[in-house]
Ligand binder design. Structure first.
Ligand code: XMP
Length: 510
């Protein structure tokens, strides 16, 4: 296990991904982690991440310097290296020249275990204002760049290594080799982090945590809650009860698909609650996006809680929380997800119902959940499903939601997805969906004038939904989709394509 101490770098999750790609388990912890807790984790190695602060400032984040005395190898990256140098008696100073961008490593110490197997040119990615002015005793320079005399340094005896550049980013092409050298050459890790081993451990842990208790889980139809359900079912069998709330804001056929999957394929019982009318009623006359989101969230909670209270002896609430959310919520620096749109979750439910939480995916990244799903035998169609927001079509019918508008949007959306899948675009896109604009414009059909709604198509590429770009779908494809929508869906006589990126727009329209 590798411990990553998070000094606030925008790349800290990337470091974790790179380590896990090598089938080595790792955890990210804040600098406030105690030395006792570090010992308890018994890491095979420690990586100190980069960060925006400067060790020359008084309030810069620091972890217990006792970690350097544990006899565990340490790799400091950027700020992490500077912190190590500072903590061990060296000196860090503001650099004469800020270095940002590509640089070439020169004067490499060929005996350094970190740089074994690197080939020229050894390009790396730099992004720092401070530099190392004096190394602590025991350290030697192991690489330099034109602007940075100490681009890397090591105390091989104590197995302490530092790099000023970022080996975790794609802009350091041989960064993977460096990280691999650290994990296997220096720390002696084994490739033991596989989804098979995860399933074994997770099932054991769920059994230990749940004891004889009953667990409830809300299903959304997405991959996270489905994988959670399968894992819990393996561990607890019928002591798991899944609840699915149909809010009437789902895509066409979605509820039936979910029923079919759970009944026929997974053999997991699900309590379906059809609350479509209740949601529509609560939303009637409301057109403000934030109010719509709040209402959908509140009604969901009410319906879910009422159903949960009907099940006797429930002690646990399971959730498909993923690692990025866990890291963000514990990060001292605040995550990037500032509240622009309120997402709904089960909020205060556990406290009100005195339930304990079970979150078996809380250490996994999304790509790992997908691999886990495959290992658990879930169909590829589900594993690769694009994200779908909790408030569903409720935030894709702009303005007031009515049954007729939902019906129109469902038909448009079905055609779009059929065509996206047929053209082989589904997996290449982060999301593709339709939005209904309750604005009427004039058209002509046959010889008659029409006066109907506009449908907008949104298709974006993205890595993580933090930023997104509109997809350059082929014109012939867009023409076909537009034709089909206008011909087949009554109520729509105009189709437009959204060509805005995020930022400054967002992916969803509301
Ligand atoms: P935006 O519109 O903020 O969306 O660019 C970013 C990603 O989040 C999804 N999204 C939601 N997911 N509940 C969710 O579970 C929500 O309330 C919600 N709102 C937006 C959106 O589909 C995109 O993938």
């Amino acid at each position: 296990m590798i411990l990553i101490i998070d000094f606030g770098s925008q790349y800290n999750q990337l470091i974790a991904r790179r380590v896990r790609e090598q089938q080595v388990f790792c955890r990210i912890e804040p600098p406030s982690i105690s030395l006792e807790a570090v010992r308890g984790l018994a890491p095979e190695g420690i990586i100190l991440s980069g960060g925006p602060a400067s060790v020359t400032e008084e309030k810069s984040p620091r972890c217990d310097p006792g970690i350097f005395e544990l006899g565990v190898p340490v790799l400091g990256i950027c700020y992490g290296m500077q912190f190590m140098v500072d903590a061990l008696g060296g000196r860090v100073a503001a650099a004469r020249k800020r270095e940002y961008g590509f640089a070439e490593l020169t004067r490499i110490d060929s005996a350094d275990p970190l740089f074994r197997g690197l080939k020229a040119p050894r390009t790396c990615w730099m992004s720092h204002g401070d530099s190392i002015a004096r190394l602590p005793s025991g350290f030697r320079i192991t690489a330099a760049t034109a602007n940075t005399p100490v681009a890397a340094a090591a105390d091989r005896k104590r197995r302490l290594f530092g790099v000023q550049f970022h080996p975790e980013v794609a802009h350091t092409p041989q960064g993977r080799i460096i990280l691999r050298n650290f994990l296997f050459g220096v720390c002696g890790c084994r490739r033991s982090w596989t989804m098979k081993s995860f399933i074994r451990q997770a099932v054991d842990e769920i059994r230990r945590t749940a004891g004889e208790g009953r667990v409830i889980l809300g299903l959304s139809g997405g991959v996270d809650s489905t994988v959670t359900a399968v894992l819990l079912h393996r561990a607890l069998g019928n002591r798991l009860t899944c609840i699915f709330v149909d809010n009437g804001l789902l895509r066409e056929g979605e509820a039936d698909r979910l029923k079919e999957l759970f009944a026929r394929h997974l053999h997991i019982r699900v309590r379906f609650v059809n609350a479509a009318r209740r949601f529509l009623k609560a939303l009637s006359g409301v057109s403000d996006p934030e109010r719509k989101r709040k209402i959908i969230g509140r009604v969901f909670l009410e319906v879910f809680e009422a159903e949960a209270r009907r099940i006797r002896g429930v002690e646990f609430l399971a959730q498909g929380t993923l690692y990025p959310d866990v890291i963000e919520s514990m990060s001292a620096y605040g995550g990037p997800s500032s509240v622009i749109k309120s997402h709904h979750n089960v909020g205060g439910l556990p406290r009100r119902m005195r339930l304990k939480l079970i979150e078996p995916l809380r250490h996994l990244f999304k790509d790992e959940v997908r691999r886990l799903g495959r290992e658990l035998g879930l169909p590829a169609e589900l594993i690769w499903r694009q994200p779908f927001p909790g408030p569903g079509l409720g935030i894709r019918v702009i303005g007031e939601i009515t049954a007729r508008r939902l019906q129109i949007l469902r038909a448009v959306d079905r055609i779009l997805l059929e065509e996206i899948k047929a053209a082989g675009w589904y997996r290449r896109l982060w999301q593709a969906f339709a939005v209904l604009l309750p604005v009427k414009t004039v058209g002509v059909m046959g010889d008659a004038r029409t006066y109907e709604y506009i449908a907008a198509i949104r298709a974006v590429t993205s890595r993580d939904a933090m930023t997104a770009d509109w997809a350059r779908l082929p014109q012939a494809f867009l023409a076909r989709v537009s034709n089909r929508i206008i011909n087949e869906v009554s109520g729509v006589n105009r189709v437009v394509y959204d060509i805005s990126s995020k930022p400054p727009s967002t992916i969803e329209w509301e």
